[in-house]
Design a protein around this ligand. Structure first.
Ligand code: GTR
Length: 427
């Protein structure tokens, strides 16, 4: 038996192994120390690429906004899929006495290719029976999963933050959430992610991307849309359906999302200005949180765990966030002047609550230019003390979740800035 060569090989490889191990240890370290989050120099949303300052609303709309949108499309999320040339919606089921007679439930499917009968999207819409239309609607992806008769425990966990939740408990929360929203006179719609883009690195393209012509597996190309962009496309298609339904007030549709679906809601509303308002609940990295801060989840981590969410180019900024030509406060600025709610949770450090607040704060100059207010404070408010304005914000005690407390704030925000606002679509 000659073990020596193996030993020699090991000695030879030792420095390499040490470097790899050290590298892994470093990569494994997540920074939660504010003093090490880095001094962030953010791109100025009101400074053109050629150096000119943006001094009025027309300049923002015609020149600067398209520049920023293009950067997000080519460097972060990918180029959006087009609106289908031909699309048809089918109501596959309707129950006019859902939720103990309080709501009408409608299951809708969208076909985008007549030839292959490709179902691109499935969603469920609940409308309150007690109020006449047209009805303002909250729309999100899986955000209302627990309103379904057989909620998924994993999704319920996401909604409640409870690590081990029973089906009964999740159904109870679902029902309470739905009752609350409907009793306040809003409709709610929940999209199913599977037909759009399954949330998996290997299968994400086997939905709408395939219907739109992708034939091979693999991560998104440099500027090709990832799953977040496909999910956002789905939100826009649901809005197309609302525009064709007289009971829905399509001018008052609020995109809402928790976590990865919060990122999606923001991106949907940035691209599609028909959304009247957006609510980002604990959306974190790739959502409301600044990418250039080193705190919690980083571009490096998110693009290695979820390469299928973003366009290929985004991963090039892993560890080089300083080179990003754009940051998430500018994503929020693309929502302006429409009402925007950003919410964080104290224990959700992975999502960088302070980075989420700073993004909202740094979107404010654009809101002001367009005669809308910002959060109205310059320091992050203490827990459970929401600040309201066209940009509203709260930091809630507790974990990564969409809770009843959050919903209470969102309903008050929707009442004030969307449902009862006459001028919310004026720009
Ligand atoms: C995490 C991911 C976050 C967030 C979250 C979620 O694993 O790192 O960016 O999106 O999932 O969606 O629940």
């Amino acid at each position: 038996m000659n073990r020596r060569p193996q030993f020699q090989q090991l000695v030879f490889l030792a420095p390499l192994i040490a470097v790899i191990t050290l590298g892994t240890a470093r990569a494994a370290e997540v920074n939660y120390d504010e003093t090490r989050a880095g001094v962030v120099s953010l791109p100025d949303p009101l400074k053109m690429e050629d150096g000119r300052s943006v001094t009025n609303a027309a300049m923002w709309r015609q020149l600067r906004r398209p520049e920023i949108l293009r950067l997000f499309q080519t460097q972060v999320y990918g180029r959006p899929l087009p609106r289908p040339v031909a699309q048809s919606f089918r109501v596959v089921a309707e129950d006019r006495s859902a939720l103990s007679g309080r709501a009408t439930r409608r299951d809708v499917e969208l076909d985008i290719t007549a030839a292959t009968n490709g179902t691109a999207l499935k969603f469920t819409l609940f409308l309150p029976n007690h109020r006449p239309g047209p009805i303002p609607v909250f729309v999100g992806i899986h955000v209302f999963d627990t309103t379904h008769p057989h909620p998924q425990p994993a999704r319920a966990r996401q909604l409640t933050g409870a690590p081990k939740i029973t089906m009964e408990e999740s159904a109870r929360i679902a029902r309470a959430t739905a009752d609350l929203i409907l009793s306040r006179g809003y409709g709610l719609a929940s999209l199913n992610v599977e037909s759009l883009a399954p949330d998996s690195g290997t299968n994400y393209w086997r939905g709408v991307a395939q219907l739109c012509g992708r034939t091979l597996p693999g991560s998104p190309g440099d500027e090709e849309t990832g799953a977040l962009g496909i999910w956002a496309w789905g939100l826009s298609r649901a809005l197309d359906y609302f525009e064709s339904s007289p009971e829905v007030d399509a001018r008052r549709v609020i995109a809402i999302g928790h976590s990865r679906m919060g990122k999606t809601a923001l991106w949907a509303a940035a691209n599609d200005e028909r959304f009247a308002a957006v609510i980002s609940n604990n959306s974190g990295c790739g959502g409301a949180a600044l990418s250039k801060r080193n705190y919690g989840e980083t571009v490096g981590r998110i693009t290695s765990s979820f390469p299928h969410w973003f366009c290929g180019n985004f991963s090039k900024y892993a560890g080089h966030e300083d080179r990003l030509p754009v940051d998430q406060h500018e994503l929020l600025a693309l929502i302006a002047p429409r009402p925007l709610y950003v919410a964080s949770a104290v224990e959700d450090r992975w999502a960088d609550p302070r980075g989420e607040f700073l993004a909202a704060l740094n979107a404010e100059p654009v809101y002001r230019l367009l005669n809308a207010g910002g959060p109205g404070v310059s320091v992050q408010p203490p827990p459970d003390q929401p600040v309201t304005g066209s940009i509203s914000y709260h930091l809630r005690h507790g974990q990564h979740a969409l809770t009843e407390y959050d919903w209470e704030q969102y309903l008050a925000f929707a009442d004030r800035y969307v449902a009862n606002a006459e001028n919310h679509r004026q720009r």
